[in-house]
Design a protein around this ligand. Structure first.
Ligand SMILES: [Zn+2]
Length: 66
């Protein structure tokens, strides 16, 4: 099972949780403040769209632009 990283939207705490593939963040709580408002972060491969980290590698590969 992979470990997913979560970030609490309330207090900003980051924590990881062992979940099965495809699991949702449902029921995941912040260990710090107990909030359920958590956001899963794409662990390791942070090629995410979440809050702008200034890495713009390999711009948009927009195919289908006819
Ligand atoms: Zn929290």
């Amino acid at each position: 099972m992979p470990i997913y990283e979560y970030r609490c939207l309330e207090c900003g705490a980051v924590f990881s949780k062992l979940q099965r593939v495809g699991a949702t963040s449902e029921g995941v709580r912040c260990p710090k403040c107990g909030s359920e408002k958590v956001e899963r972060m794409l662990s390791t491969f942070a090629s995410g769209s979440s809050s702008g980290t200034g890495t713009s590698t390999g711009a948009a590969s927009c195919t289908g632009f006819t």
